[in-house]
Design a binder for this molecule. Structure first.
Ligand SMILES: C[S@@+](CC[C@H](N)C(=O)[O-])C[C@H]1O[C@@H](n2cnc3c(N)ncnc32)[C@H](O)[C@@H]1O
Length: 351
């Protein structure tokens, strides 16, 4: 309890607690955590440095016991996180008796059934996979589920937007986007259209001029125009299926604008697994890059990030680097020692 109080009173910015995740969580005050990012042991995949401790998760003979144990832990996490908090849960799958178990989804569905709201299923493309079987494809991805407690939650999308690298430039006296769009071709298509009415032509021309002005004054960096009879809609021509098709039918055009603030990352993350840092000490270390977006988007500066299966302390380490506070829990004293030294050694300048 002392450790939680020190963190809450901002006397320190991180702490590692040795113990069973469920028991430690049960001793924690409610509503104090902003976001949880964690990767529990996968079912019957590895043994960690816990000297056959019966509390170690992942060794259950039956997968239903594994799902139940994790569900109990994440229900406790629901109590300790703030109402606007988030849970990012990384899980990998497992073949058992030649069958892919669907373990990540078994756990995710159990959490949904117990009241968590699933906002994203992120595919972590690890780019290189093990080739152990000759009658199926290589596995290269794991899941990262983003869950929230309430429908309204803290999410700072500006912190994670991918800013455009290439900006529009002046070419032959006119503004051209990085992908070569000036609006000239669209102007001609509108003028020459035999499909648009006179009124639709005026409206389309005005909208196009507005987009060009926005590109000139830097509000947007690029745009695409779809004009009835010239370009097809992206998804479907069926108005019942596509809002764009409806817009095209009623207005004669639609515009897609790429804002200067950049775009929100997609739900496929291509990040190589960590294989350089202390592979000798732990098998499953989080790459730092994987932690950046969850922390930036769902934990405010000075907020608290928790990892209840913290291993070598990657989550806490990255949280502290990003000016957040961090709590790590692990059953293993030796992993906690590694985590403690790692954070002190690498973040020397922070203390
Ligand atoms: C997949 S590893 C986490 C690695 C971590 N993400 C990192 O970057 O180093 C899972 C960790 O859960 C710990 N663990 C297993 N059962 C536990 C339990 N009941 N309570 C707390 N930690 C446990 C293991 O010791 C192991 O370090």
């Amino acid at each position: 309890m002392q450790q939680f109080n020190e963190i809450l009173q901002k006397k320190c910015s991180f702490t590692f607690i040795t113990g069973d995740a469920l028991e430690v969580l049960q001793a924690m005050p409610s509503n104090i955590i902003n976001c949880v990012i964690t990767s529990p042991p996968y079912w019957r995949l590895r043994e960690y440095d816990n000297n056959d401790n019966p509390k170690e998760i992942g060794n259950e003979p039956d997968y239903t016991q594994y799902v139940e144990k994790l569900t109990n832990i994440f229900n406790e996490i629901k109590r300790v996180i703030a109402d606007d908090g988030s849970l990012w849960l990384n899980l990998g799958d497992k073949y058992h008796n030649k069958e892919l178990m669907g373990m990540p989804w078994r756990v995710a569905l159990s959490l949904i059934d117990s009241g968590w709201i699933l906002r994203n299923d992120i595919i972590w493309d690890q780019m290189k996979g093990t080739q152990s079987s000759k009658d199926r494809l290589r596995d290269v991805y794991e899941h990262i589920f983003h869950f929230v407690k309430r429908k309204k939650y803290y999410y700072d999308h500006n912190e994670i937007r991918i800013r455009p690298i290439r900006k529009p430039k002046i070419y032959n006296g006119e503004f051209v986007s990085a992908t070569g769009v000036s609006g000239k071709k669209y102007k001609q298509q509108i003028e020459n259209s035999a499909v648009l009415s006179a009124e639709e032509k005026i409206n389309a021309r005005n909208a196009l001029n507005e987009a060009i002005t926005e590109m000139e004054n830097g509000t947007i960096v690029d745009f695409r125009m779809t004009i009835r009879g010239e370009q097809r809609t992206y998804h479907s021509d069926n108005q019942n299926v596509s809002g764009r098709a409806k817009e095209l039918a009623t207005k004669g055009y639609f515009l897609l604008k790429m804002g200067a603030n950049g775009h929100i990352p997609t739900d496929i993350w291509r990040i190589a697994p960590e294989d350089t840092w202390r592979k000798d000490a732990h098998y499953a270390v989080f790459p730092e890059e994987l932690l950046l977006n969850p922390i930036r988007a769902t934990c405010p500066i000075d907020g608290i990030v928790l990892d209840p299966f913290s291993g070598t302390g990657s989550t806490v380490y990255t949280a502290v680097k990003l000016n957040r506070r961090g709590i790590g829990i692990d059953l293993s004293t030796s992993y906690n020692d590694i985590a403690q030294n790692r954070i002190k050694e690498i973040c020397k300048n922070l203390f």
